[in-house]
Design a protein around this ligand. Structure first.
Ligand SMILES: [Zn+2]
Length: 314
């Protein structure tokens, strides 16, 4: 059986055709349109046609709160202020059944079924992208919470009255560690007279925003401003992850998303270091690692969501 997994991020949309053993048979990627849900659905439908194959359903991971098949809030995409019926919108365009999930949850699901979290019963997934997403596996099964909003590590508040977050509140992890927030911080510091190579690197690479590869290059060059802003993000992640560990006592933290793919285990080590001081009783078994499926975690997890729905419905 083939299913399609769709990973909608604040910067890119990735679509993959996935086979029986969670293997990605083909994929396609495009920038996320900024004209609102209709434009996003049009691009997804085009990408689904592009990957081809013979899929029986589509799983769609989006960066927002998903409840009973509807997207309730999508803070990082412009024009998504009201709840949107993505399931109907995408099945109308493709003729395939569609199931919806949160991007952090499906990312961790992919890693749990086929990647770094395989075989672990208690896992926190932290997805670093335009925003900061997350997911949980507890007691050997994915945990979504009472209304689908669990795992939102990006919106754990780590600084009372801190930086403004995309969700409208202040001091969230994402307000320091999300790429959009880091870019805002860099530009404010440049306006205040600081210098950085980040903007030049962005232009050289032909990117509209400071992507993970732009950050990777600046950090590798020893760009001081990049290191400072990134360090603040890692510190905020440490405080937030520490709080989660104190409540849930998971034994694995998987770091995924574009930055994790670029920076690899160094990033997992740095986040572990920034988390440890905030954990009351660190487990000797606690490990931090980066996602094994790289860019494909979300696609694999979303496709698996569709597979389960098709099997349950047949
Ligand atoms: Zn927030």
């Amino acid at each position: 059986m083939q299913t399609v997994g769709v990973d909608v991020g604040g910067t890119n949309i990735e679509v993959g055709l996935v086979g029986d053993d969670h293997e990605v048979l083909g994929n396609a990627k495009r920038n996320t349109p900024v004209e609102g849900p209709g434009a996003v659905l049009d691009v997804i439908a085009e990408l689904v046609a592009e990957v081809g194959g013979d899929p029986v359903g589509i799983g769609l991971g989006i960066p927002g709160v998903v409840h009973e098949g509807r997207a309730l809030t999508v803070p990082n995409l412009p024009g998504w202020d009201d709840p949107v019926d993505l399931v109907e919108g995408l099945s109308d365009r493709t003729g395939l059944p569609v199931v919806l999930g949160n991007d952090g949850n499906v990312g961790l699901l992919g890693e749990w079924l086929h990647g770094a979290a395989k075989g672990h019963d208690d896992v926190l997934g932290v997805w670093l992208g335009t925003g900061v997403g997350g997911g949980l596996v507890l007691g050997g099964r994915p945990y979504l919470g009472s209304h689908g909003a669990a795992g939102e590590i990006g919106h754990v508040v780590v600084r009372d009255g801190g930086q403004l977050c995309g969700c409208g509140r202040r001091g969230c992890v994402e307000a320091y560690a999300g790429r959009r927030s880091m870019q805002t911080a860099v530009r404010a510091l440049v306006d205040a007279g600081r210098t950085t190579t980040l903007e030049e690197l962005r232009i050289d690479k032909g990117k509209e925003s400071m992507t993970s590869s732009v950050w990777e290059a600046a950090l590798a060059n020893g760009d001081e401003l990049a290191q400072e802003v990134f360090g603040t993000g890692v510190d905020a992640l440490g405080v937030g992850i520490g709080a989660v560990l104190n409540v849930l006592d998971v034994d694995l933290v998987v770091i995924g998303g574009g930055l994790a793919e670029k920076l690899g285990s160094d990033l997992a080590d740095r986040i572990e270091e920034s988390t440890t001081p905030w954990v009351m009783r660190p487990s000797p078994d606690l490990r931090f690692c980066v996602a094994a499926l790289g860019d494909d975690s979300g696609v694999v997890g979303a496709a698996a969501l569709s597979r389960s729905a098709v099997i349950a419905g047949s």
